[in-house]
Design a protein around this ligand. Structure first.
Ligand code: ZN
Length: 239
């Protein structure tokens, strides 16, 4: 077998190593990890907005309820007031009872009005929070767009490099015999990154174990460029 054909095996192995590296880069793009953390933040923010909006609906219901009760107290106060000064009340006892009612209504009115003030301030806080969260969400969505764009660009670039490496690999494969190729592929299953190593004395360049003197002599005796196997690890060794 011609030595330079075996030499092409190293080219093939180089392209395979490059392909594995490019695939790894595609799978571990730092932007992808960043994106998944931003998506997580987005989901937390959306949940929070949902909760705050539900809270806001409840607060507004309370506001409505207080306003209704206040309005009915006002109506009642007007009625009682009119009755008190209409002249139809003749006894002291009746007048006292109406004045007591006015007192109770006014107390209740005070309580409700301070509750309403509290609720109005809650509504203001809630609106501020929802607005802040919505702005955060906008920023998050922009970040997502930028990251997705970067991922697409980087992935396309890497895929282009993969196509080029595959083309070069295809050219290299053409000059190798089926027998060498099959042997290389079979060894690659066990040694994905260094199925074939160069002979460089008794220490194997793959497993770094020292071959016996007899084995070393056997390989030394081979023609330069000949293909054999390491007796220790089984990797392909090019003399
Ligand atoms: Zn070895």
């Amino acid at each position: 077998m011609p030595g330079d054909a075996v030499e092409q095996l190293f080219g093939l192995q180089g392209e395979d190593a490059l392909l594995a590296q490019l695939e790894h880069q595609i799978n571990t793009l730092p932007e992808r990890e960043k994106l998944s953390s931003v998506l997580e933040t987005k989901s937390v923010t959306e949940d929070l907005i949902f909760v705050k909006q539900a809270e806001s609906v409840e607060i507004r219901k309370n506001e409505k309820r207080l306003e209704l009760e206040l309005s009915s107290i006002e109506t009642r106060l007007k009625e009682v007031d009119e009755k008190l000064y209409s002249g139809v009340i003749t006894t002291e006892k009746e007048a006292k009872s109406l004045q007591d009612e006015i007192g109770h209504l006014k107390d209740r009115q005070d309580t409700l009005e301070s509750e309403l003030l509290e609720i109005l301030s809650q509504i203001e806080d809630s609106t501020t929070t929802i607005n802040e969260l919505s702005s955060e969400l906008e920023v998050i969505n922009k970040d997502i767009q930028v990251l997705e764009g970067a991922i697409k660009r980087n992935e396309n670039e890497l895929r282009q490099k993969i196509l080029e490496a595959k083309d070069r690999r295809g050219e290299t494969v053409k000059v190798l015999t089926d027998e060498i190729l099959k042997s290389y592929e079979a060894h690659r299953e066990h040694f994905p990154s260094d199925a074939v190593v160069r002979f460089n004395g008794p220490t194997c360049n793959g497993c770094h174990l020292t071959m016996s003197a007899m084995e070393t002599d056997r390989i030394k005796g081979l023609e330069v460029g000949a293909l054999t196997e390491c007796s220790e690890c089984g990797r392909l060794v090019v003399r």
